[in-house]
Design a protein around this ligand. Structure first.
Ligand code: PML
Length: 240
């Protein structure tokens, strides 16, 4: 589901579901679009597609919430984490100026981890991670796990599932995310090795900035990465 108002993105949601659950899931997505805090959208696009191939299994990233009290400190943490994944200073600088700019991006940006060059073919559209869901038996386990951490919300679940798919994509070394919701101030850095590292106070309340950057190994096949992120069905499961 994608809801927009003119050219501005209002809300979006993706999932994989069984045929008998389509109506329930579609209504919940429509309700979400219609009741969004950003106001009623002028357009809602709801797409339902039958999968042509079975989903591949992916393991959910481990979650950690870091101690962070200000956007200034958040930037230091982001730099430290991304450096551990080999992302260059130049790329980190470019990514930070992108996600902290008030011009919110529609989809995610793909960035060369060394040169900081943006690699997505259409900058205004960006990359839309799609065809992702959670394995049925893992859903409850995920809720229980997040409940214990006091973060059992749809937003955290969806971001975690998305980050797990992104981290499983060959050629992607890390992701940086800041929510574009002015009232939501927790973001994250994620990668296969670092897991899903939540950063509170990543931006000031009321700030309109936000976005996602996926850092790509230099020399990767970009078409292949985009096909994986946008088209490959992936179902995430929680390790026991
Ligand atoms: C969003 O959906 O606005 C992005 C949320 C990112 C952080 C979610 C979390 O609290 O872990």
């Amino acid at each position: 589901m994608r809801a927009s108002s003119g050219r501005a993105h209002v809300s979006g949601a993706e999932t994989l579901t069984k045929e008998e659950d389509i109506i329930t899931v579609a209504s919940s997505f429509l309700l979400r679009a219609l009741c969004h805090k950003k106001g009623a959208p002028s357009e809602i696009v709801l797409t339902v597609e039958k999968l042509k191939e079975g989903p591949s299994p992916v393991t959910l990233l481990p979650v950690k919430t870091l101690d962070c009290t200000s956007p200034g400190r958040a930037k230091i943490i982001i730099k430290e984490l991304l450096k551990k994944e080999g992302v260059s200073e130049t790329s980190i600088k470019k990514a930070l100026s992108l996600v902290y700019s008030s011009k919110t991006m529609r989809g995610a940006s793909l960035m060369d981890m060394k040169t900081g060059r943006r690699l997505e073919p259409d900058r205004s559209r960006g990359i839309r991670v799609s065809r992702l869901g959670i394995e049925e038996t893992s859903e409850e386990r995920l809720s229980e796990m997040l409940e214990k951490l006091g973060i059992n919300t749809t937003r955290v679940k969806e971001a975690l599932i998305l980050a797990s798919k992104v981290a499983s994509c060959p050629g992607i070394v890390a992701e940086l995310c800041i929510s574009d919701d002015p009232d939501y101030t927790t973001g994250y850095v994620a990668s296969k090795r670092l897991g899903y590292q939540r950063i509170p106070n990543i931006k000031k309340r009321g700030s309109l900035s936000g976005g996602r950057v996926f850092f790509v190994k230099t020399g990767s096949d970009i078409g292949r990465i985009i096909r994986y992120l946008e088209k490959k069905p992936v179902v995430v499961s929680v390790e026991r």
